[in-house]
Design a protein around this ligand. Structure first.
Ligand SMILES: Nc1ncnc2c1ncn2[C@@H]1O[C@H](COP(=O)(O)OP(=O)(O)OP(=O)(O)O)[C@@H](O)[C@H]1O
Ligand SMILES: [Mg+2]
Length: 357
């Protein structure tokens, strides 16, 4: 199979990025895949959870973020999880991020330094954990990846930061000529007992539709405590709900092999129609409906975000209830030539300015 490189990325902190990386890696390995994990977070939570002592690793991913890099094969370490290897994180990544500022092609240093050595390995999946920011470490993780997995915690204002990420993705597609396609959105720390989780699930599904994975990770003590045992939840509690959710996620990720295109009628039917915590939302024809009691400011936020998300997903906008836009300013400079992209329509220079403005 063709190697797949996925980055787990969300600007928001504490939404389950690291938990997703380590447990998805373990679940993919359980299915017989060879997995390599990159830990790009100075907190090095992935490194610790996979049972590697972050103080005594000979090298870390920092060795790939400089002008005279090591070969990635010299940085890779085995982990306690069979089938999962690691490029460890390190506290010094903070310093690496500062040094990257001075470097040419600073957003693609990791990709440029890693791909030659990686080509000589046999990993089926590469998973990348990123810090909770849109700084250069995250940018380097994104530019190494071809696919993106977005974890969203099922709580109030869960889509906060999604607009920045969507803009970043569109910008990367245009500027770096490197599209990163969204493989899926994972709802994490879902609490079936609360209306808030159900409401969030509805909002996220309304935004992303079939891109939301059927697998949902509920709040689970075993998932939370596994890192303190230097363990994934698949090893810590193999028969529990947490392990089951990550196995289901692994199955869905495998099935969404690019160029995956969702069927619109697949609209995450299990989430919206069958979950008793989510009162019937689907019409007989599978049409999605928004909950009636959505506060106006949230409805406005979602309406504003929807066209951006639709554009990032490369699909036609379906519900534009935006206030009329002012005419874009005249742009004197000639727009750069734009390459064909896989997932997102090209962005004009004026739009680009609007994205970053
Ligand atoms: N399903 C779950 N049930 C209970 N606790 C969870 C669950 N998933 C993650 N957690 C806990 O939530 C906290 C945040 O998770 P995690 O570290 O994976 O988030 P993160 O997005 O990587 O955070 P950061 O942005 O700081 O890197 C951790 O203490 C983790 O153990
Ligand atoms: Mg983390």
């Amino acid at each position: 199979m063709k190697r797949r490189i996925l980055v787990v990325c969300a600007q928001k902190g504490g939404v389950g990025k690291t938990t997703t990386v380590v447990n998805l890696a373990a679940a993919l390995a359980e299915r017989g895949h060879e997995v390599l994990v990159f830990d790009l977070d100075p907190q090095a939570g992935t490194t610790v959870t996979l049972g590697v002592d972050k103080r005594s690793t000979p090298y870390s991913v920092t060795a790939l973020l400089k002008d005279d890099p090591l070969d990635v094969r010299d940085v890779i370490l085995p982990t306690r999880t069979k089938g999962v290897d690691l490029v460890p994180g390190h506290i010094n990544l903070t310093r690496s991020e500062q040094l990257l500022e001075q470097m040419i092609a600073r957003e693609t240093v990791l990709r440029d330094n890693t791909l030659p050595g990686l080509a000589a390995t046999s990993y089926d999946f590469v998973l990348i954990d990123t810090p909770p920011s849109l700084g250069l470490l995250t940018m380097n993780g994104l530019s190494l990846a071809d696919e993106w997995l977005l974890p969203i915690q099922a709580q109030y204002y869960s889509w906060e930061g999604v607009d920045q990420l969507a803009k970043l993705m569109l910008n990367m597609t245009q500027r770096l000529r490197h599209p990163v396609v969204l493989t899926g959105v994972l709802l994490t720390m879902f609490d079936r007992r609360t209306n808030l989780s159900s409401q969030t699930a509805r909002e996220v599904t309304s935004l992303f539709g079939p891109w939301v994975f059927d697998a949902k990770v509920t709040i689970n003590t075993r998932v939370a405590e596994a890192p303190s045992f230097r363990s994934t939840v698949l090893a810590h509690d193999p028969r529990g709900a947490g392990a089951a959710a990550y196995r289901q996620l692994a199955e869905e990720v495998v099935l969404r092999c690019p160029p995956w295109q969702p069927q619109e009628h697949e609209e995450n039917a299990t989430l919206l129609a069958e979950d008793p915590a989510l009162p019937g939302e689907l019409g007989g024809d599978g049409e999605r409906r928004r909950a009636v009691d959505l506060p106006p400011h949230i409805a406005e936020d979602l309406a504003r975000l929807q066209p951006l998300v639709d554009r990032m997903l490369g699909r036609a906008s379906r519900r534009i209830e935006m206030p009329p836009q002012a005419e874009p300013p005249m742009v004197a400079r000639t727009p750069p030539p734009v390459a064909e992209t896989r997932s997102s329509p090209a962005v004009s220079a004026a739009e680009d300015e609007a994205l970053w403005g």
